[in-house]
Design a protein around this ligand. Structure first.
Ligand code: SAH
Ligand code: SF4
Ligand code: F3S
Length: 486
């Protein structure tokens, strides 16, 4: 017999059973497969931490796992199709090992909900984007039902139960780099985008909490931290303004802002680099520009997706700025940080995009000379404003051609920006070993540009001075000038 426990989207899940049966002598092992953006990577670590706290072990090998969880993405149709094909692979494994628990969590789980069962009948659990605290208990539900001879299917899509999740001690993955989600959700409403509906309203974590979390990673060995948010520079906008007598920050009406967080993190001993993903043009303030200027740990690199260089498209996308406004914000930013490098995302083939609209994107990419670009073909997402109201009228062939053209424009721009660094000496944080061969390490300059150089494993996690020798469209090569100073 099969039962489905469905919790409504509006309410927190009712936890039936507990994860305690997992804490028997040989711990059950969990393996998490992550799709999607960096926020999902952070969330996967958070989920793994929840399982360890509940007495599970985590494993990197799917073959060894008793519980396999897919942390999924919904941003384009392709992302969902890829997940379903991975899930399909597991069907055979599950047929051989019926004890296996298969769970789907994250953005696609939130969007598709229990319909996942009809496309992938071997799935046992569907958990949304704010269910971390409940995950071990939800797996416990599946196991408890099985023990009772039942085939349980558990669905938990409540959006309000992880708001106070204690992240202390998690989710550092080892190595020299740590992710740090500073805010969840998105309060904007770009017409093509599924994220607000699957990730919910913005929640910014308190500054002192984030600084503590960052210190914890550094104590464990992290040297670089990437601050994550869908609109990371709107950090703090959702926090109530301080009342009389409370500390006033640099944000709107004294609210905390990303600039304050950067300045606080600059003070963390042992932290060498601070990165940010992803900024939104509407929240590029003087306070932020000045914090980037003043804090030498903060990379001079900002991902600031323009999406299009056509005002008509930006309006239809409801991005909240015009080309000219974007341009003026960048002038303000470059006046304070003249050497800042920018990255952008672009959507080609948005409904109604004419040749002239596309040409405007190509021209704007060249004008702003973005060092790094990600180009996406428009993919209608069910339930979004664009999918509901606008016909997906740019033929696939034209989308492909525009995609290729913009990638070529991106290569020209990347080569131009990277070439400007040749001959200079840059401070490089070495991130890891190259898999191209022995004796080569990879890192990032203080401008966030990828660089490779000759070096050994002892350089990983260190800041070194490197002379930039050559540039390609995608990165730099250099030679080591001084051994680590720090
Ligand atoms: N919060 C970020 C981006 C989040 S999604 C921002 O506002 O810029 C990452 C990128 O995926 C977006 O920048 C956009 O370029 C692309 N994207 C989002 N929805 C899409 C869709 N429906 N079709 C094609 N690309 C999309
Ligand atoms: Fe999506 Fe726009 Fe929010 Fe970015 S800012 S996550 S594109 S709605
Ligand atoms: Fe995908 Fe969700 Fe990130 S839709 S891009 S995993 S926020």
């Amino acid at each position: 017999m099969s039962t489905t426990r469905v919790q409504s989207k509006a309410t927190a899940p009712e936890i039936v059973g507990s994860g305690s049966e997992a804490a028997e002598s040989a711990p059950r092992r969990v393996h998490v497969v992550t799709f999607g953006c960096q926020m999902n990577k952070y969330d996967s670590l958070l989920a793994e931490g929840r399982f360890r706290r509940a007495g599970y072990a985590t494993t990197d090998r799917m073959e060894d796992a008793d519980v396999v969880l897919f942390n999924t993405c919904s941003v384009r149709e392709h992302a969902e199709e890829r997940t379903f094909s991975w899930l399909g692979e597991l069907k055979r494994v599950k047929a051989e090992r019926p004890d296996l628990v298969v769970g789907v969590m994250g953005c696609m789980a939130q969007r598709v909900g229990e319909e996942i069962f009809s496309r992938a009948g071997h799935v046992d659990l569907v958990a949304g984007t704010r269910q971390f605290a409940s995950l071990p208990a939800l797996v416990g539900d599946v196991l408890a039902a099985r023990n009772a001879g039942d085939r349980a299917r558990v669905v938990a899509l409540g959006m309000d139960d992880d708001l106070a999740v204690d992240r202390a001690g998690e989710p550092w993955a080892g190595g020299s780099h740590a992710w740090l989600t500073v805010m969840r959700g998105c309060d904007l409403n770009c017409t093509y985008c599924i994220v607000p509906s699957v990730r919910g309203r913005v929640l910014s974590y308190p500054i002192d909490h984030l600084v503590r979390e960052a210190r914890g990673y550094v104590e464990q060995g992290a040297r670089a931290i990437t601050l994550l948010g869908q609109t990371v520079n709107s950090y703090g906008e959702d926090v109530p303004a301080p009342s009389a007598g409370e500390r006033r920050w640099s944000g709107r009406q004294g609210r905390p802002g990303l600039a304050d967080l950067l300045r606080e993190l600059q003070q963390v001993d042992g932290l060498a680099r601070i990165r940010m993903i992803t900024a939104h043009p509407s929240y590029v303030t003087e306070a932020l520009a000045e914090a980037i200027r003043d804090c030498d740990k903060v990379e001079r690199f900002l991902p600031l997706p323009a999406q299009s260089g056509s005002d008509a498209m930006l309006r239809a996308m409801k991005r909240g700025y015009t080309v000219d406004l974007y341009r003026r914000r960048m002038e303000m930013l470059r006046a304070r940080v003249p050497d800042i490098e920018l990255a952008s995302d672009w959507i080609v083939g948005f409904p109604g995009e004419s040749d002239a609209d596309f040409d405007a994107s190509e021209a704007f990419l060249a004008e702003q000379a973005f060092a790094v670009n990600y180009v996406f073909k428009y993919s209608p997402r069910p339930g979004t404003g664009a999918a509901e109201r606008l016909a997906d009228d740019v033929p696939e062939e034209i989308k492909k051609e525009r995609n290729q053209r913009l990638l070529r424009a991106s290569e020209r721009s990347g080569l131009q920006r990277n070439s400007a660094h040749v001959g200079a000496t840059r401070r490089v944080l070495v991130d890891g070993l190259s898999d191209r061969g022995e004796g080569v390490v990879l890192g990032r300059t203080e401008h966030g540009l990828a660089i490779s150089l000759k070096g050994e494993a002892d350089l990983v996690g260190r800041i070194v001075e490197v002379r930039v020798e050559s540039a390609s469209a995608y990165g730099l090569t250099g030679t080591l000038q001084t051994y680590p100073q720090d």
